[in-house]
Design a protein around this ligand. Structure first.
Ligand SMILES: [Cu+2]
Length: 134
């Protein structure tokens, strides 16, 4: 990794509230069994990494039916190369409400109840999808 890349990674880690302490930083040599450069996996709840990422490609005309376990967070990502906005809302039960997703924007929703949740795009009403939560 370049110095710039390393700095960017450090800034990203700081922005995420992740505190990385090198074992030798305080002058006490701690034998953790890991070299100081080991990258420790960060749990999903810290990174905000979605359980399920649904990327909407440019010009999408249909969306897949997702089947996910209860408690899953689904993130819709409008492809940065897209030239259109999307605005997903529930069609029936559920409270999907993305507001306007410009290219590169994303919206996350956690499904805590089982059921079948249909939604569509307010801007492109023919663009519909379903999330089945089991
Ligand atoms: Cu749309």
């Amino acid at each position: 990794m370049s110095p710039t890349g390393r700095r960017r990674a450090a800034i990203t880690a700081a922005a995420l509230g992740v505190v990385v302490i090198a074992p030798s930083a305080c002058g006490v040599e701690v034998d953790s069994g890991w070299p100081a450069t080991t990258e420790v996996p960060v749990p999903a709840e810290v990174t905000g990494e979605p359980d399920h990422l649904l990327e909407i490609p440019p010009g999408a005309s249909e969306l897949p039916t997702l089947t996910v376990p209860v408690g899953t967070s689904v993130t819709w990502l409008n492809d940065p190369d897209s030239e259109e906005d999307h605005w997903f809302v529930s069609d029936g039960p559920g409270d999907i409400e993305s507001a306007t997703l410009q290219p590169g924007n994303s919206y996350s929703h956690r499904f805590d109840e089982p059921g079948t949740f249909e939604y569509f795009c307010r801007i492109h009403p023919e663009l519909r999808g379903t999330v089945v939560v089991e």
